[in-house]
Design a protein around this ligand. Structure first.
Ligand code: DGT
Ligand code: CA
Ligand code: CA
Ligand code: ZN
Length: 582
């Protein structure tokens, strides 16, 4: 975590605590400052070194806030924040993760009932105490109760997009550590699950103690949770990272075992048993012949374990892509020879959903096109927000502005290294209608239609709505189909089979929005869609050049959904893409 992020988090906490105490206007100032500090192009500690005035260069950071930033960077804490925390010792993050509970509610419930944690909130709601608090009713109490399980589940898990960079960093670190002969991540991070409980790291070495020592010295480790002779755990940027060191002969079997999923492993073990084999984290063994007469246990000849190939190969299986190891049919498919070859990183030839400073993006059209070309893309689609439901503060473009933009895109395209297509991200209203004029939609090269509002519909209404949008003759891509935000809101409950059938019938691609905050469609939903014959588009929804690199989260989510290269429309070249576009 950069210091800018760290300070921004503190300022947001400040805002939450002030809001909880019912202070007016001030929270807004802290939130604005937090956002600008987070997005500032220079490290905040550098500015602070130059003096408080340099910190005030940041928009919306005035005297009061800059002095607190400097105080934090020089003393390690902010006195006023400590006082606020003492006055209201609540677990703000956990409590506000409950949908419908904001800092003000937290403050009111703390004052009235002394609630500080999620458990206390649940107990109070179950006991009917909340409805007796002024300003609350039975309905609010029930809503809180209903939302707690989702909140609890999300509290414990990190986003893939936060954990993956840490995993990359720990692997890069071990690449230079002498006694570490090989390092790999295992567990859910290797399977690219959308959220991660902890990051599991496996290292092959005959010198466990040195590897553990190097691990606890890893510069990104904030604290050491435990450290033994071949195992250790640290906390890094709020994420728990577990290390295991194994001897090189057992690296493959350990990697297979600790990659999981548990369900995949159980199924695999049962297949092995049927064939007289035993697998565990130490290797694969032939137990068909030998029996230990003392305890009746079978002890057999070791067939391998240095590599995953030795484990899977002994069972006549290919090495399953980690993303597919969920026991959702991959073992049966491998037996039938129908296991698909999933799409690989690098297969995309362009991004069909990106933003510029014409709407809420940070960069110009030309900058985004250049960034796409730099990444080796063969074309680029500009698809800024249209005005409509869910767009606030003048972010979206109305039809006139979209026509103006058309001329600008043409001008940029004339000088660009790759073809530039003009698209739009139009909004799907609550009944499935689109917020851009039909004639204009028909003129645009690419139409992405996305839900941005009314995301609390029931399954039938939501499915009907989305199907209506899919059936619109100009819509090419259904953008982030459910509108979910990971750990924040569940999004529309959709009947994926119906959505996929409609998509296939209308040549509309279903997006895997690769933003690590969304991953929408999910891997599970993608699997439905692909099996129903729908095409997928993997897009980043980038609002800056750097976000184009989120494409890999989309690719691995597609792999979790068993999507092949042929299933993904933006692996096609420009001619293939044009053939697809309406
Ligand atoms: P997470 O961390 O909650 O996102 O999920 P995982 O899958 O990384 O789970 P974790 O960290 O508890 O354990 C890593 C892997 O170790 C898991 O995917 C499979 C394997 N494993 C752990 N415990 C068991 C077990 O009791 N039986 C089997 N077969 N495998 C296990
Ligand atoms: Ca894990
Ligand atoms: Ca673990
Ligand atoms: Zn969007």
């Amino acid at each position: 975590m950069s210091r800018n992020d760290e300070i921004a988090d503190l300022l947001e906490e400040f805002a939450d605590l002030l809001e909880a105490q019912d202070v007016n206007y001030k929270p807004r100032a802290y939130r604005d400052a937090a956002e600008n500090v987070r997005g500032y192009h220079r490290p905040i500690e550098e500015l602070a070194e130059e003096g408080q005035e340099a910190v005030e260069e940041i928009d919306k950071v005035g005297d009061a806030i800059s002095s607190k930033i400097v105080e934090y960077l020089t003393t390690g804490s902010i006195e006023e924040l400590e006082e606020l925390r003492d006055e209201m010792p609540v677990e703000m993050g956990a409590l506000t993760s409950v949908e419908g509970v904001g800092p003000k509610t937290v403050g009111a419930l703390y004052e009235a009932l002394g609630i500080t944690t999620l458990d206390e909130l649940e107990a109070a709601a179950e006991a009917g105490e909340i409805q007796s608090v002024k300003g609350f009713g039975a309905k609010t109490e029930q809503n809180i109760l209903d939302a707690i399980p989702f909140a609890r589940q999300t509290q414990e898990r990190e986003l893939l997009g936060e954990a993956r960079p840490l995993a990359d960093s720990v692997l890069a670190y071990f690449a230079d550590v002498e006694p570490a002969n090989r390092a790999e991540v295992a567990g859910s991070i290797r399977r690219w699950r959308e959220t991660i409980g902890d990051v599991d790291v496996l290292v092959a070495s005959d010198d466990g103690e040195s590897v553990v020592e190097a691990f606890t010295d890893w510069p990104e480790a904030d604290s050491v949770i435990e450290a033994g002779t071949s195992k250790a755990s640290v906390r890094a940027g709020g994420v728990r990272v577990d290390l295991r060191v194994v001897v090189p002969e057992e690296f493959g079997s350990a990697l297979q075992y600790f990659t999981g999923s548990k369900e995949h492993n159980v199924h695999l073990r049962n297949v092995a048993i049927d064939r007289g084999l035993k697998i565990n984290e130490y290797g694969i063994f032939d137990v068909s012949e030998v029996e230990n007469p003392d305890d009746g246990q079978r002890v057999g000849e070791r067939l391998g374990g240095r590599t995953e190939e030795e484990i899977y190969g002994a069972l006549d299986f290919p090495v399953f892509p980690p993303e597919m190891r969920e026991d959702t049919g991959e073992i049966e498919a491998a037996m039938d020879g129908t296991l698909p070859d999933p799409i690989e990183e690098g297969a995309l030839r362009g991004d069909l959903h990106t933003h510029t400073d014409w709407s809420d993006g940070n960069n110009t059209i030309a900058e985004m096109v250049a960034a796409a070309a730099e990444r080796g893309y063969e074309y680029h689609v500009v698809s800024d927000h249209a005005t409509g439901p869910g767009m606030v503060g003048g972010v979206g473009l109305d039809d006139d502005r979209l026509r103006e933009q058309m001329a600008e895109v043409e001008a940029v395209a004339a000088d660009a290294d790759i073809p530039v297509l003009h698209g739009v991200e139009t909004n799907i209203d609550k009944a499935g209608g689109l917020s851009t004029d039909d004639d204009l939609l028909a003129e645009l090269d690419v139409v992405v239609a996305s839900p941005h509002a009314a995301l609390d519909q029931d399954r039938e209404t939501a499915t009907e709505r989305i199907v209506t949008a899919i059936e619109h003759p100009s819509v090419d891509v259904l953008g982030h189909p459910t509108g979910r935000l990971l750990n924040r809101r569940p999004g529309l409950p959709l009947d994926y089979e119906r959505i996929a059938e409609a998509a296939a019938a209308n040549d509309t691609a279903l997006e895997i929005n690769a933003s690590p905050y969304r991953l929408d469609l999910s891997g599970e939903a993608t699997k439905f869609a692909v099996q129903a014959g729908a095409l997928i588009a993997i897009n980043t929804d980038a609002h800056s050049p750097g976000e184009l690199d989120h494409a890999r989260y989309g690719i691995h989510t597609a792999r979790r959904g068993w999507a092949t290269e042929a299933d993904v429309v933006n692996t096609r070249d420009i001619d293939g893409l044009r053939d697809f576009l309406h």
